[in-house]
Design a protein around this ligand. Structure first.
Ligand code: SF4
Ligand code: SF4
Length: 84
């Protein structure tokens, strides 16, 4: 399965929680110990086991385009040519 990670722009996050609902891996949580300068508890990636797949559903769900998704792409492996 593909590996991914996200970055959340906390400056624009309004703490609506939509990304936490959208994530099939349940690796996004709402911060509870600090607020942004706008007074919101921001979303944050909590993924100690690297379960984010880079599916981008969180980014699609975010109404404020706060989430950037990075997905690791595996290099294609070419079949070994048999010597003739
Ligand atoms: S890219 Fe997919 S798996 Fe990763 S945090 Fe977003 S919704 Fe979850
Ligand atoms: S969907 Fe966007 S605005 Fe809402 S909590 Fe997630 S990152 Fe913040």
């Amino acid at each position: 399965m593909a590996k991914g990670r996200i970055e959340i722009n906390e400056a624009t996050c309004k703490g609506c929680t939509l990304c936490t609902i959208a994530c099939p891996q349940n690796v996004i949580a709402m911060s509870t110990d600090y607020v942004t300068v706008r007074g919101y508890f921001p979303a944050t990636l909590v993924d100690p086991e690297g379960q984010c797949t880079g599916c981008a559903l969180c980014a699609v769900a975010c109404p404020d385009v706060c989430i950037t998704v990075y997905r690791q792409v595996s290099p294609k492996v070419r079949p070994v040519q048999a010597a003739v």
